[in-house]
Design a protein around this ligand. Structure first.
Ligand SMILES: NC(=O)c1ccc[n+]([C@@H]2O[C@H](COP(=O)([O-])OP(=O)(O)OC[C@H]3O[C@@H](n4cnc5c(N)ncnc54)[C@H](O)[C@@H]3O)[C@@H](O)[C@H]2O)c1
Length: 281
């Protein structure tokens, strides 16, 4: 994933501290770059296996003028890791204002193809992990009494059905419900809660997903040419299902996250905003 080209951006997040989960991934790192360019101090949270990527990202952000950035290795499904990420933000950066609740996994499979293990694993990371982050960040935001913003990453698949990703649909539908419920209960604390719901974005998840679906449809033993043809036909169908007839770019989704976290969105809460080229229109 190439870095975002330095632009003359607004400085909407000067003095703000944002915690990003899944920060080593495509959307997390793209959003981290934009937040950083707009003056935010950052906590980057991702699995221990991503530590080299997190270190590399920190070097890049500091070289581009980041005011402060730290990383926390951990698992969003582990309550101690979640609490640690929040506490380190307070102890080392001086507080917390924004959560980008973005860590997630996508395991392909229809209802019949999805194993019990894959279903549980998907809900564990995408729902339970997102819940833990929302819970412990909101407790800290309420304690601090200065309001705040929580934006989670949903998906078009939480709005519109797609028979090839059953467990993922269940998990992103849950994110949408949690977003609305948390928005209602946290409004009195001046904490806004929203979600972005992208369609397929150009990146490794799309590439890996095409590969896995091609294997499922034809078997891993399909020849390279046959597999490429299947992948092209799946991609063709995906593009056909999008009125704008293309995948989105990571930056197109990241910009919407920043908007929802900004003062410009000060009267918006409880929304799941599609970033999908019209797929769910
Ligand atoms: N890529 C797309 O087309 C697309 C479309 C719609 C929604 N989304 C959602 O966007 C989010 C980010 O996706 P991405 O495309 O950047 O994928 P990605 O795989 O590049 O990033 C996801 C990150 O989450 C981290 N992660 C996974 N499990 C974790 C755990 N238990 N604890 C902590 N971190 C964990 C991974 O290590 C990874 O760095 C996900 O929630 C995904 O469902 C992606």
């Amino acid at each position: 994933m190439s870095s975002v080209i330095k632009e003359n951006r607004l400085k909407r997040f000067e003095g703000k501290i944002a915690l990003i989960t899944g920060a080593a991934g495509d959307l997390g790192s793209t959003t981290a770059r934009l937040f950083s360019e707009e003056g935010a101090r950052l906590v980057l949270f991702d699995l221990p296996s991503t530590e080299p990527k997190l270190k590399q990202l920190i070097i890049e952000l500091l070289s581009l003028g980041s005011p402060a950035v730290i990383y926390v290795c951990g698992d969003v499904t582990n309550v101690e890791d979640v609490k640690k990420s929040v506490q380190r933000s307070v102890d080392e950066l001086g507080g917390l204002d924004i959560l980008f609740n973005n860590a997630g996994i996508a395991l392909p499979g229809s209802l019949q193809q999805t194993s019990e293990e894959d279903f549980k694993k998907t809900q564990d990371v995408n729902v339970y992990g997102a819940f833990l982050m929302m819970k412990y960040v909101s407790i800290k935001l309420i304690e601090a009494g200065k309001g705040g913003v929580i934006v989670s990453t949903s998906s078009y698949a939480g709005i519109k059905s797609d028979e090839t990703i059953f467990a993922y649909i269940a998990s992103k539908s849950a994110i949408n419900g949690m977003t609305r419920a948390a928005a209602k209960s946290l409004a009195k604390h001046n904490i806004r809660v929203c979600a972005v719901a992208p369609y397929m974005l150009e990146g490794h998840v799309l590439d890996d997903g095409l590969e896995a679906l091609a294997d499922m449809m034809k078997g891993a033993e399909a020849g390279p040419q046959e597999k490429e043809a299947i992948k092209a036909s799946i991609m063709g169908r995906l593009v056909q299902g999008c009125p704008m007839a293309r995948a989105g770019k990571m930056k197109e989704a990241a910009e919407v996250v920043l908007f929802l976290c900004s003062k410009e969105a000060s009267y918006i809460t409880g929304v799941v905003l599609p970033v999908d080229g019209g797929v769910t229109a």
